[in-house]
Design a binder for this molecule. Sequence first.
Ligand SMILES: Cc1ncc(COP(=O)(O)O)c(C=O)c1O
Length: 392
Amino acid sequence: MKYNFDELVDRIHEEGSYSTKWGNNERMAKMFLTDKLPEDRLCFFVADMDFRCAPEITEALVKEAQHGIFGYSAAPKEYFDAIIRWMKVRFDLDVKAEEIRTAHGAHSAIVEAIQKLTKVGDGVLVPRPTYYYNGDVTGVGRHYVGFQMKNDNGYYTMDWEAFEALCKEPQNTMAIFQQPHNPTGRTWTPEEIEKIAKICRENNVIMLCDDVHMDIARKDVKVTPFIKVAGPEGIVMVTGINKTFNLAGLAVTNVIIQDPALREKMGPAMPMLSPFGIRACITAYTECDQWVDELNEYLDDCIDYVVDRFHKELPKVKVHKPEGTYILWLDFTDCGFTNEELHQRIAGQAHIGFSDGEGMEPPAGTLFRRFCVTSPKSVLKECMDRLVEVLK
Ligand SMILES: Cc1ncc(COP(=O)(O)O)c(C=O)c1O
């Protein structure tokens, strides 16, 4: 391996991190059931990684910093060429510059698409469990319409009947999908995508595809963007460098819209990106293929290790190996704990931070946690040792 993902980076004390996940604030202390954050805490709840980004990107950003003038900036042709290259080389997807718009993070892109492509009072469909879209939808006066997916021992599929029935209701005009899906780790197959697209198109439901995790998948899994399988009609694809290259703090998101009618409705507005974001995106999409390949290899090993330990040492916790993303969706329903008891053991005793499952809308009466497996192997080993200790 050319890159070192085993390096332990101190995101608590090292100057310049400003990390949400590791930072010292009251909200975090509460999460660990204490006034003062434990120094030995292990945090796995935010979807960012504890690996330094590719050195090629750091070098490019240093050069940018050395320029010393950070005035108003505009994404140049190389920016769009870099995205076009990445989509072609990694996904065999042909994209044109005029089909790309920019946003500051996926949430702003999603909110903008909801505002411009639906009306106040419309319903936006979201398969559950899910990453957090409720605020994006209700914040702009649309109805959030969640519906459960089918769960077969941790393998999630669409509830086709429920989905189709909701699509047929005329006030529901948009549905949000993710490829791959957070938190279940599903990567939708071409057959599933075609079926989703057929139902949506028959009922004039726009597909808002949040593909921010598209570059992260197990080695035997191919991630196919919806737009690649189903063609452009009625699809908005949100992607970016934030997750793949661990650059969420730069908030560079790209939105690909190949349907001319949707592009026209979206209009020309595009926010200005910072010179750092522009430079990072160009470098990521032109010089960092190997870094992403090696990252995926490393994450494969990490996920295998963690899933194996759950299966062998904590078999009551149901864990399904995700096809894509670095996210595990842990089902504690059969462990016999209440939510508070589980929290007391994991956060209070083991000092481990997982995302609470409830916010991701699993069915009532279940008990879930989300675990982002985004740390060096030695940290994951420590995490699993502590978990086994407090849950056995
Ligand atoms: C599926 C998904 N969409 C959107 C986001 C938010 O992305 P951004 O930071 O680019 O707004 C996340 C972050 O975890 C995510 O997992």
